[in-house]
Design a protein around this ligand. Structure first.
Ligand code: ADP
Ligand code: MG
Length: 489
């Protein structure tokens, strides 16, 4: 494993260059005052009629995660983290990233990064200018259902085409020789910094000819077919990229978390604990990709009938159970199942539904953000979402309050689960005295109160030590981290 020494991060940027937009959310609670479970900053929405009250009481019971439930999750989660370090085929894949040290150095050059997250596909050009300057040029491309579910070759040809198109738009010929870091945010069994086979698809992807194959090879071959002179130097999970990129400006960063289409986390582990892996790294550390979305301990995860329905109808039943409770791809769908149930009992919309509401995944998680952000007396924006976008015939204020409460419950539960998982890792690596958690993804960035709810739950789990933990918004860490890792590979 001597090639790993080459990754000893001597990259040429001064602190702050890579995470220009980092926002530090410092813990703001009064010392010692543990908030009530599922507390929401603006307080629960008052719901007045007896029928609505009964529905709310029932849902609160199902969706509320108490402090003691959080503690039980942390315990089971910690246990599974350890098991994943010791053997293969565990609940947590605990994949060694082949990235060990975290950044400090002095490197320059132009690097490309491809970032496949789940919803978007981006091509980025990162110019490392040395002494603290990095410039990024990037372009987002949308992934159609056809691309996500068609042939693997089709998908990788599309990536190669985007790269060539991106180079040309930047005034570069496709013969331009450069290195590329490939952020591929799916579970991969990594066997080298530039080699790894896909274990299984998630987040709605199902392209054939990719599972079990080296995705670097697939990309490299597609680039060759397009005549591009690009070498894929590093295969990077978005969690690892987020961690590395943020650690560059904040050396106390020990965790990188994604809360976007899916959810996952990477953290810095001691190689001596990684007993399933025979190798060594220059500093005795290894960034581990946990694949925490696979957590699934029914003894500690209170799963509702709505979660079960979602899972059964999903493209990967029984898999990524934790991810389905937390991430952007699924939260809206949980709300849709809940609303649909209340329509069937006549507790919502006087029993009237709409074609839109019947379509899977048509209640977007972004709608929840709009609804939770709606503080108007009449819940006007909630009305717009329900009536204009989802074509519900006519909603009463009471209906809208009930829908808002459902969003609060589902969104709060997701944040609390995320916090329990985060706390388990912080405890595992003994960083209660202080560390930074870099978090990337639209859910964390745009969902109102998500960060505060995570902080509330961290406080319930860790007590005053929660005040030593910084949850930091990382933006585009995955692309920049990939370029950085490619630069060093
Ligand atoms: P990726 O996971 O593909 O890297 P993002 O981090 O942008 O991409 O996450 C996309 C996911 O974030 C989508 O699945 C969507 O559900 C969710 N999302 C997008 N906008 C919002 C929003 N305003 N509020 C909550 N969730 C959002
Ligand atoms: Mg992403």
């Amino acid at each position: 494993m001597s090639d790993i020494t080459g990754l000893g991060f001597s990259v040429g940027l001064a602190s702050g260059a890579l995470v220009t937009a980092a926002v530090h959310y410092l813990y703001s609670h009064a010392k010692g005052s543990a908030p009530a479970p599922n507390s929401v900053p603006q307080g629960p929405v008052a719901v007045s009629t007896p029928s609505a009250e009964a529905a709310i009481a029932r849902l609160e019971k199902q969706f509320t995660i108490s402090s003691s439930q959080l503690h039980a999750i942390v315990k089971s989660f910690s246990n599974e983290l350890k098991k994943g370090l010791q053997a293969d085929n565990q609940m947590f894949l605990q994949i060694p990233s082949y990235v060990s040290n975290r950044p400090k150095g002095t490197e320059t050059g132009k690097f490309l990064a491809l970032d496949l997250g789940g919803t978007n596909f981006r091509v980025c050009e990162i110019s490392l200018e040395g002494r603290g300057h990095a410039r990024t040029r990037q372009k987002k491309y949308t992934l159609t259902e056809d691309l996500k579910t068609g042939s693997g070759e089709h998908l990788f040809d599309f990536f190669a085409e985007c790269v060539v198109n991106f180079l040309e738009e930047g005034g570069l010929d496709k013969s331009f020789a450069t290195s590329l870091g490939f952020t591929f945010s799916f579970p991969v069994t990594q066997t080298a910094i530039n080699e790894g086979a896909l274990c299984f698809w998630n987040k709605g992807f199902s392209c054939d000819g990719v599972v079990g194959h080296d995705v670097v090879r697939l990309l490299q071959d597609a680039l060759k077919r397009k005549g591009a002179n690009i070498t894929v130097k590093a295969l990077v999970n978005d969690t690892v990229g987020t961690l590395v990129s943020h650690a560059y400006s904040d050396p106390q960063t020990y965790l990188g978390i994604i809360l976007g289409t899916g959810t996952n986390a990477a953290y810095v582990e001691k190689v001596s604990n990684l007993t399933k892996w025979k190798g060594e790294t220059p500093n005795g550390e290894m960034i581990m990709n946990t694949e925490w979305g696979g957590f699934n301990d029914p003894a500690v995860l209170p799963i509702t009938s709505f979660d079960h329905s979602l899972d059964r109808a999903s493209s990967n039943p029984g898999i990524q159970v934790f991810e389905k409770l937390i991430s952007g791809m699924y939260l809206g769908e949980i709300v849709r199942y809940t609303i649909t149930d209340l329509i069937s009992t006549g507790e919502l919309f006087r029993g009237a539904s709409s074609e839109e509401l019947k379509k899977p995944y048509h209640f977007e998680t972004a709608f929840m953000s709009r609804i939770e952000r709606d503080h108007t007396l009449e819940l006007a924006d909630t009305k717009a979402v329900l009536e204009d976008l989802l074509k519900v015939p006519a909603t009463s204020l009471e209906d809208r309050r009930l829908v808002k409460r459902i969003c609060q419950l589902v969104g709060t539960r997701a944040a609390r689960f995320s916090a329990a998982a985060t706390a388990a890792i912080i405890i595992k690596i003994n960083k209660l005295d202080g560390c930074t958690v870099a978090i990337d993804g639209s859910l964390f960035e745009h969902y109102p109160h998500f960060a505060n709810r995570m902080r509330d739950a961290l406080h319930e789990i860790l007590g005053l030590s929660a005040e030593n933990i910084v949850l930091s918004q990382a933006r585009d860490g995955s692309g920049q981290g990939a370029a950085l890792i490619a630069a060093l590979a």
